[in-house]
Write a protein that binds this ligand. Structure first.
Ligand code: ZN
Ligand code: CU
Length: 484
């Protein structure tokens, strides 16, 4: 009789490829899936009965800001509780590494830099630290273009000189050689607003030889959404790199419905270049407090405020009345801080979610005191609310967008599909009950319906609790391979 470390019996396997689910047992030996099928003759050192449950590859959160959280909260509860087994960190232009000669007071990097032991001059140092003090989940890192700017420039509020661009190129090249999987940019944000298209293209181009990926929080998701999409598509073509449009949306009340134009344009790009997108399943966005965003929102909630720690979770309009000023002035007075902006159209959200090439990324901000509920709810919300309850897509398609699709796009070899030989990153969930519980009012409630989560063969989450195991590994460029 053959044996395995773990046999999960009687579940419905949704394998992440998009194919229909099927009844099968799943065996795990060491860090790998060893068999899938009728394993009645196999004995497991440990057995789980998954009758009535789905067994799927662990979810890949392609858009996160977990760079530092992986070390400060290695159990990764907000993500493990959702069935996430791998995260991509360093999005929107901001990565914890590399950190060279930056002044520590430079906002927003200063938010992260309160621990001397978590300062990494290179991607290699960051990835090595993941090996030395492993978290529960796997992680791949992007190098933030804004982080590169801080390292190369004395003042980021201007265009970079040729010398500064060369310094950014050198730094990025080193990071890619050391295993970073690509670069992110956040041209929307103050530290990169002054960057010209040519600067980003020149920097991104150093990744072409190793096929690093380029993820983009575009310059404008509101009134100039289409122009901003053109810009990053051009960067991708001229730099010769694959583009991921981050958290695709149309922002601002006056731009509702704009995804009717943006998605067809994205399809056009896809005929000429490798370009894809991710999305989170909510009609509100979240970032630092930026007063100019206030007027385009239905409502704004404060997630944290340095000058007024007491106002977290509160409505900006109410605070403005109390403070005797306009909402915009109140936002200014509460800075630095973070906020949730109700500025998206639910129909746009559903249109992007329905787009077959859309990957799922939470964009959760783990250190916010009153975070956007996407941090704890994204994946179960897509599976339960949007796929099952609203019927926006099949369960198999929803699982594919969080597993096989991102694994192929980001080149995570041996992950993303449930088949023998692959890493045993697995989630067992109840398809009838899975649902997000986190709300805008109570944003840190763990989702329901997640039974067990395994990373590299070990359980990290079981029946509502972190197990304490930390089997996560860094995923390095080079360990990865993107199919054509
Ligand atoms: Zn972003
Ligand atoms: Cu982001």
């Amino acid at each position: 009789m053959t044996s395995a470390d773990l046999v999960i019996r009687n579940g419905t396997v949704i394998d992440g490829s998009g194919a229909a689910g099927f009844q099968a047992d799943v065996a795990v030996s060491g860090d790998r899936i060893s068999a899938v099928g009728d394993l009645g003759a196999m004995a497991g050192a440990r057995e789980i009965d998954a009758q009535g449950q789905v067994v799927a590859p662990g979810f890949i959160d392609v858009h996160t800001h977990d760079d530092r959280y992986l070390f400060t909260h290695p159990e990764m509860a907000p993500k493990a509780s959702q069935g996430v087994t791998s995260v991509v960190v360093g999005n929107c232009g901001f990565s914890l590494a590399p950190w060279k000669n930056q002044g520590k007071d430079q906002f927003p990097m200063s938010l992260w830099q309160d621990r001397e032991d978590l300062i990494f001059e290179s991607a290699g140092g960051y990835l090595a630290q993941l090996e030395r003090t492993p978290p529960a989940l796997n992680a791949a890192m992007l190098v933030g273009h804004s982080s590169l700017r801080y390292g190369a420039m004395d003042d980021v509020h201007r265009a970079a000189t040729d010398g500064e661009i060369a310094a950014m190129q050198d730094s990025l090249r080193d990071c890619i050689d050391e295993g970073a999987i690509g670069m992110s940019s956040g041209l929307f944000y103050p530290p990169a607003q002054a960057a010209k298209t040519e600067e980003v293209t020149a920097v991104a181009a150093v990744m072409a030889a190793k096929d690093g990926i380029y993820t983009a929080h575009i310059r404008d998701e509101a009134d100039h959404l289409l122009e901003a999409l053109e810009e990053v598509a051009q960067i991708g073509r001229e730099a010769g790199v694959q583009v991921v449009i981050s958290h695709h949306k149309a922002a601002g009340l006056s731009n509702f419905g704009m995804t009717k134009q943006s998605l067809p344009r994205i399809e056009e790009f896809q005929k000429q270049q490798r370009l894809t997108l991710d999305v989170y399943p909510y009609h509100a966005s979240s970032t630092m407090i930026l007063p100019h965003l206030v007027s385009r929102c239905r409502k704004v909630l404060i997630t944290w405020s340095k000058p007024r720690p007491d106002v977290r979770g509160r409505d900006l309009a109410e605070l403005a009345v109390e403070m005797g000023m306009t909402a915009e002035d109140a936002a200014r007075a509460l800075s630095p801080g973070g906020a949730i902006y109700f500025q998206l159209d639910e129909e746009d959200v559903q249109r992007v979610l329905s787009y077959p090439g859309a990957m799922i990324g939470s964009d959760g901000i783990p250190d916010d005191q009153h975070p956007h509920p996407r941090l704890w709810g994204t994946f179960p919300r897509v599976l339960g609310h949007y796929a099952r309850d609203l019927g926006l897509m099949t369960l198999e398609s929803a699982v594919h967008r969080m597993t096989g699709l991102p694994a192929a796009q980001f080149g995570f070899t041996g992950r993303g599909e449930l088949r023998p030989g692959n890493f045993a990153d697995l989630v067992i969930f109840n398809p009838k009950t899975i649902l997000d519980s986190a709300t805008f009012e109570a944003p840190t409630e763990p989702a329901i319906g997640i039974d067990s989560v395994f990373v590299n063969g070990l359980p990290v989450w079981r029946l509502g609790k972190a197990t304490g195991e930390r089997p996560g590994r860094p995923i390095r460029l080079g360990d990865t391979s993107r199919g054509g």
